[in-house]
Write a protein that binds this ligand. Structure first.
Ligand SMILES: [Ca+2]
Length: 723
C-alpha cells in the first residue's frame, strides 16, 4: 500500500512533518496528591489506545501533566476505517454511491482529507468499546485525568489561510472547500453562511443608505424592502445549505446520531423495529424536567425585562427630565449598571440553562445541543433586543405611561440629595431619535467591542499566561526535551492552554445580528451598512481567532447550520411583525397616545397577533406531527435497517477476513525488543541513515511498554521535583 502521505492529496506533507505525524494529543493531568491513581489510569489509557491500533508516545507536559501523542499505527487501519465509514455513510443514505469492493481503489479515487482522518481517529478514541473504540471520555469516570483530547494545528495551512483571506475581497467556493478539508463541515458551514450572509447584506446596505438619505427613520419603503430581503435570504440559504451538503457529501449526517456519554438510562428494552437493545430514559420524567423551561423563560423575562425597564427609565429620567446637580456624571450611571448587571444575570441564567439541559438527560449529542441552543436563544433574545423593544413599543408611542416611573426616580433623587428645594425638572417628551442612538450603539460601538473581546483579549490573556508559566517553571520541563523536538513540544504545550473553539458562539453572534437587522433596522436604516463592514472583518477575524486563539477543533461533520436555521426563520417572521408595528407606532405625529390612535393600534395589533398565532399553531402542529412516526415510515425504517445490517455483515466481514493476516497493528508494535530486532534496526539505519525527525520522534518509545515505562518515570520525576 502507498505510504501514509500517499493517502493524501498533494501538498499536505509539510503540515504532517510539522507535527511529527501526530494525530491527537491527550493532555493528561497528574495531580500530585493522586499520583498512584493517576499512574494506574495512565497505564490503562496507553493500553486502551494501543488495543484499538494507535501508536503512543509520551512526553512531559507543563506543570503536573503529561502529553500523550497518538497516531494510527498503520495505513491499513486507516484504510479500513475510512472504507468502513464511507460504506456506512452510503448505507445510511448520506452518500449516493457506495465505495465499491476494492479498499485501495476506493481510497485512491477519493483521497482521505485531514478532516476525515482526524474525525475517524477521534471516533476510535472516544467511541464505546462495543462500537470498536477505546471508550475514552474526557474528564469522566475512569478517565477523569484526561483533560483534553485535541488535534494539532496545521501551521503551514493556517499561515496560508490567513495570508490568502487577508488579501482577498471576495471569498470563493474553493476557500470553503479548503476549510472543509482541514476543519470539517461543521466549521465550513459557518464560514459558508457568513460568506453568503455578507454578500446578501449589500442589498439592504444600499437600500438603507438611500432610505436614510431620502426618507429618514421609519420609512415604509425600507420596511417592505427589508422584510422581502429577509424572506428571500432565508429561503435562499435553505436551498444553499442543502446544495452544499450534497456537494460535500454530507447530506443527512445529522441523522447519524452520536450517543451522549453522560446519558443515564432507566432500563434497557428491545427496539420494536430493529430488535436491538436500546437504553431508555423514562419520557415522562424528561417531560417533567422540560416543563421547567416555562419558569425558566418567565425568569428570563422578569429578571432581564425588569432590569431593562428599570435602567432605561432611570436613563430617560437622568438624560431627559432631570436638570439638577451632577447631571453630567449621573449620565454614565445607567450604562454602568447595564454593562455590569446584564452579563452577571445572563451568566447566572446561562448556567441554569446548562444545568436544566443536563437534567433533561438527552441520549444523543445533537438532541442535547439543540435543547441548549434553544435556551441560549431565548436568553440572548432577551438580552439583545429588550432595550430596543422597550424604546420602540413603549417609550416612543406610549411615553406617557412612563410618567409614574419618572415620578418615582424624581422622588428618589429628591430624597437622596436631601434638598428642601424641589429639583429642577424638565417636561418629559419622547424623542424618536433615541432608538437611532441605541441602534448606533449596537451596530458600531458594540460590534467593535465584540471583535476586541472575541479575538484580541483572549489572545493577550493567553500570551500573558504563557509568559507567566515560562517564568514560574523555567527549569525542569525544558531540560528534558530533545533539542530537535523542543520547538514542537513548546508549540504543543502552548496549544494545551488555548480555549476550545465553539462554533455555536460564532453562529449566535451572527444570528443575533440578523435579528437587529430584521427586527429594528427600520428605525435606523444605516444598520446594514455597518453590519456589512463588520462582517467583512468578521470573516477574517473569526479565522484569526481559530488560528491563534483556539485549539484546533475536532472536525465534526454537519449538513446544515443546525438549530440556528429555525432561529433565523423565526427572526425573519418576527421582523415582518415588528417592522410593520414600528412604522405604524413611531412614524408621523401619532405620538401623543390619543384614544382613537390606541384603538386603531389595538385593532391592527390584534389582527397581526391573530394571524401570526395561527402561523405559530401551524408550526407547532407540524413540529409535533414530525415527531410521531407513521406506520409507513416505520416500515421504511425497518427495511432500511435490515438492508444495512445484511450488507454491513457481508462487506465488512469480507474486508476483515482479507486483513486478518495482518494482525492488529497496535499489538504488532509492542513486541519485545529482541537482539535480532535491534541488530536489524542498526543494519537498516546504516543503510538508510538515521531516519527522519518524525521517525526518531516515534522510535524513542517503541510500543506500549516503553510508553508506559517512560510515562511512569515522568510522573515520578514531576512529583519528586515538587517535594
Ligand atoms: Ca465571530
Amino acid at each position: 500500500m502507498s505510504s501514509l502521505r500517499g493517502l493524501y492529496g498533494k501538498g499536505e506533507d509539510h503540515g504532517l512533518e510539522g507535527n511529527f505525524g501526530v494525530d491527537y494529543v491527550i493532555h493528561y493531568r497528574v495531580p500530585p496528591n493522586e499520583k498512584a491513581k493517576a499512574e494506574a489510569a495512565f497505564v490503562q489509557l496507553i493500553e486502551a489506545l494501543t488495543n484499538i491500533g494507535l501508536t503512543t508516545a509520551v512526553r512531559c507536559g507543563d506543570k503536573d501533566s503529561l502529553l500523550v501523542f497518538t497516531r494510527l499505527a498503520s495505513n491499513d487501519l486507516l484504510a479500513r476505517q475510512v472504507y468502513s465509514s464511507r460504506l456506512q455513510d452510503w448505507l445510511q443514505g448520506v452518500r449516493i454511491s457506495g465505495p465499491g469492493n476494492d479498499v485501495t481503489q476506493a481510497i485512491r479515487d477519493e483521497p482521505v482529507t485531514e478532516a476525515e482522518r482526524l474525525r475517524l481517529v477521534y471516533l476510535l478514541i472516544t467511541e464505546s468499546r462495543n462500537d470498536g473504540g477505546a471508550g475514552i471520555t474526557q474528564g469522566h469516570g475512569q478517565w477523569k485525568y484526561v483533560e483534553a483530547i485535541f488535534p494539532l494545528h496545521n501551521n503551514a495551512f493556517n499561515k496560508e489561510w490567513l495570508h490568502k483571506w487577508g488579501k482577498k475581497y471576495v471569498l470563493e467556493q474553493s476557500d470553503l472547500d479548503e476549510i472543509r478539508d482541514k476543519f470539517g463541515e461543521g466549521v465550513a458551514f459557518y464560514f459558508a453562511f457568513l460568506k453568503d450572509y455578507f454578500r446578501f447584506q449589500i442589498f439592504p446596505a444600499v437600500v438603507g443608505f438611500s432610505a436614510w438619505l431620502l426618507m429618514g427613520q421609519f420609512s415604509t419603503f425600507y420596511a417592505i424592502c427589508s422584510c422581502l430581503w429577509s424572506v428571500v435570504f432565508f429561503e435562499y440559504w435553505k436551498r444553499k445549505e442543502t446544495d452544499l451538503a450534497i456537494t460535500w457529501g454530507v447530506r443527512g449526517v445529522s441523522k447519524i446520531q452520536h450517543p451522549r456519554p453522560e446519558f443515564q438510562w432507566d432500563f434497557e428494552m428491545e427496539d420494536s423495529v430493529t430488535g436491538e437493545p436500546v437504553k431508555v430514559y423514562n419520557p415522562a420524567k424528561r417531560l417533567q424536567t422540560q416543563l421547567l423551561q416555562i419558569p425558566f423563560a418567565i425568569a428570563c423575562v422578569v429578571v432581564l425585562g425588569g432590569l431593562v425597564a428599570t435602567v432605561n427609565s432611570l436613563e430617560i429620567f437622568i438624560n431627559e427630565v432631570y436638570a439638577g446637580p451632577g447631571k453630567k456624571y449621573l449620565g454614565f450611571l445607567p450604562s454602568i449598571l447595564l454593562a455590569t448587571l446584564t452579563p452577571t444575570f445572563s451568566t447566572i441564567l446561562m448556567s441554569a440553562a446548562k444545568k436544566l439541559t443536563e437534567k433533561e438527560n438527552y441520549d444523543t449529542m445533537d438532541a442535547h445541543h439543540a435543547a441548549l441552543v434553544q435556551k441560549q436563544f431565548v436568553l440572548n433574545f432577551m438580552t439583545s433586543y429588550m432595550a430596543l423593544t422597550f424604546t420602540a413599543f413603549v417609550y416612543i408611542p406610549f411615553g406617557n405611561i412612563l410618567q409614574p416611573f419618572l415620578h418615582f426616580w424624581g422622588k428618589t433623587a429628591q430624597t437622596l440629595t436631601m434638598s428642601e428645594v424641589p429639583l429642577t425638572m424638565r417636561e418629559f417628551e419622547a424623542n424618536p431619535q433615541r432608538i437611532a442612538n441605541q441602534m448606533y450603539y449596537t451596530t458600531v460601538t458594540a460590534q467593535i467591542i465584540n471583535t476586541l473581546t472575541e479575538v484580541v483579549v483572549p489572545y493577550i490573556k493567553h500570551k500573558a499566561s504563557v509568559k507567566a508559566k515560562e517564568l514560574s517553571s523555567k527549569d525542569a520541563v525544558k531540560s528534558n526535551d530533545q533539542p530537535e523536538e523542543a520547538e514542537f513540544l513548546k508549540r504543543v504545550r502552548n496549544q494545551t492552554g488555548l480555549e476550545v473553539y465553539d462554533v455555536t458562539a460564532d453562529y449566535r453572534e451572527m444570528v443575533m445580528q440578523y435579528g437587529y437587522l430584521s427586527l429594528f433596522s427600520v428605525s435606523w436604516p444605516l444598520t446594514a451598512c455597518f453590519f456589512l463592514l463588520n462582517n467583512w472583518v468578521e470573516l477574517r477575524s473569526d479565522a484569526l481567532k481559530i488560528v491563534i486563539g483556539c485549539r484546533r477543533p475536532i472536525p465534526w461533520r454537519a449538513d446544515s447550520i443546525g438549530p440556528w436555521l429555525t432561529a433565523l426563520g423565526f427572526l425573519s417572521w418576527l421582523g415582518s411583525v415588528t417592522s410593520a408595528a414600528i412604522v405604524y407606532l413611531c412614524s408621523g405625529d401619532k405620538q401623543d397616545g390619543s384614544v382613537s390612535y390606541i384603538t386603531a393600534g389595538g385593532v391592527l395589533l390584534s389582527i397581526l397577533l391573530a394571524e401570526h398565532l395561527y402561523f405559530a399553531a401551524q408550526l407547532a402542529v407540524r413540529y409535533v406531527m414530525s415527531k410521531v412516526e407513521s406506520p409507513g415510515l416505520q416500515n421504511e425504517r425497518k427495511e432500511r435497517f435490515q438492508m444495512r445490517k445484511k450488507l454491513l455483515e457481508e462487506t465488512v466481514g469480507h474486508v476483515a477476513d482479507e486483513k486478518a493476516t495482518l494482525a492488529a497493528p497496535g499489538v504488532e508494535t509492542t513486541e519485545q525488543i529482541t537482539r535480532q530486532s535491534l541488530e536489524e534496526e542498526a543494519r537498516q539505519a546504516s543503510i538508510h541513515g538515521h531516519g527522519s525527525p518524525e521517525e526518531l520522534f516515534w522510535q524513542r518509545q517503541r510500543g506500549m511498554q516503553d510508553t508506559i515505562l517512560v510515562g511512569r518515570k515522568l510522573i515520578e520525576e514531576q512529583s519528586s521535583g515538587k517535594s
